[in-house]
Design a protein around this ligand. Structure first.
Ligand code: NAP
Length: 269
């Protein structure tokens, strides 16, 4: 990790934040392999070498990491970015759907860590960046399992940071607020919404759709991640949000729990 130019593996680089991060890192001179489920091994897009990988499939992860190691000659930085959204009243989410979400957002990152950390330990250095979410800080209505998955990813990252520090490996959580990506299109959603939840859910999704539309350019997050990679001593966690999103994290810390929940509820009415 001594040199400025790093060998970076970014999961979920076929779209949105992952694509923006991979492209910015290439533009800064880093060697980058990006992954996705629908890319061809070895294809190059805007300087990013793509490798096919489904992070819910152990064999696919092993193959993808091996492919990345062959192409990069090592991995200095792993960015666990690939992830899914989910929407729907909590009571309408079948456990199987929740498991699919957790399998991607939590165990996907775990599979990558298990595959990459031995190389980092052998190198006696490495950086793992987990792309969590602002939503890790509190339960968001109609996105219960998204909040739960990101909170789980953060606690996982914190534990890993302590375990791996002695091997020269740093683990960082990054919490993006809303950024303009196609994540809403791929959100898991139940087939049936309970009639009693329909009006509240519809209103919340309408508001969410509007705010995503006006949200920030993914390259702004990519710049922060590039700075983390360049930093000799990254912080344990970074919140990349502005305005009311940033203030909400402070409000969660300061306000009585019930008052904060009512405030969030009002926001989505
Ligand atoms: N956009 C936001 O406002 C926002 C805010 C906070 C956090 N985040 C987080 O940022 C990350 C990226 O989200 P995004 O907004 O950029 O969404 P996106 O545009 O939908 O990108 C998601 C990426 O994850 C990949 N992916 C999904 N499931 C996968 C699987 N099973 N195996 C391998 N790759 C998989 C997708 O690639 P393929 O479909 O090609 O496999 C795609 O490249 C996610 O973890 C998300 O939770 C986003």
């Amino acid at each position: 990790m001594g040199s400025y130019t790093k060998r970076v593996l970014v999961t979920g680089a076929s779209s949105g934040l992952g694509k923006a991060m991979a492209e910015r890192l290439v533009a800064q001179g880093h060697s980058v392999v990006g992954t996705g489920r629908r890319v061809d091994d070895g294809a190059v897009a805007n300087g990013v070498t793509l490798v096919r990988m489904d992070i819910t499939d152990e064999a696919s992860v092993r193959h993808g990491v091996q492919e990345a190691l062959t192409r990069l000659g090592g991995i200095d930085v792993l960015v666990n970015n690939a992830g899914l959204g989910i929407q729907g009243p909590a009571q309408d989410i079948e456990p199987e759907m929740a498991l699919r979400l957790l399998d991607t957002n939590v165990l996907g990152a775990h599979r990558l860590c298990r595959a990459v950390l031995p190389t980092m330990r052998a190198q006696k250095s490495g950086l793992v960046i987990n792309i969590s979410s602002l939503a890790a800080n509190f339960g968001l209505p109609y996105r219960a399992f998204y909040s739960a998955s990101k909170a789980a990813l953060e606690r996982y990252g914190e534990a890993l940071a302590i375990e791996e520090e002695r091997f020269g490996i740093t683990v960082v959580n990054v919490q993006p607020g809303e950024f303009r990506t196609p994540i809403a299109e791929g959100r898991l959603r139940p087939e049936r919404i309970s009639p009693e939840h329909e009006p509240g859910y519809a209103r919340a999704m309408e508001l969410l759709g509007g705010s995503m539309h006006y949200s920030r350019d993914p390259d702004e997050l990519a710049r922060v991640v590039a700075r983390i990679i360049a930093s000799p001593k990254p912080k344990a966690s970074y919140l990349v949000a502005q305005g009311v999103q940033r203030i909400s994290v402070l409000a969660k810390k300061l306000l009585p729990g019930r008052m904060f929940q009512r405030m969030v509820g009002k926001h989505y009415q």
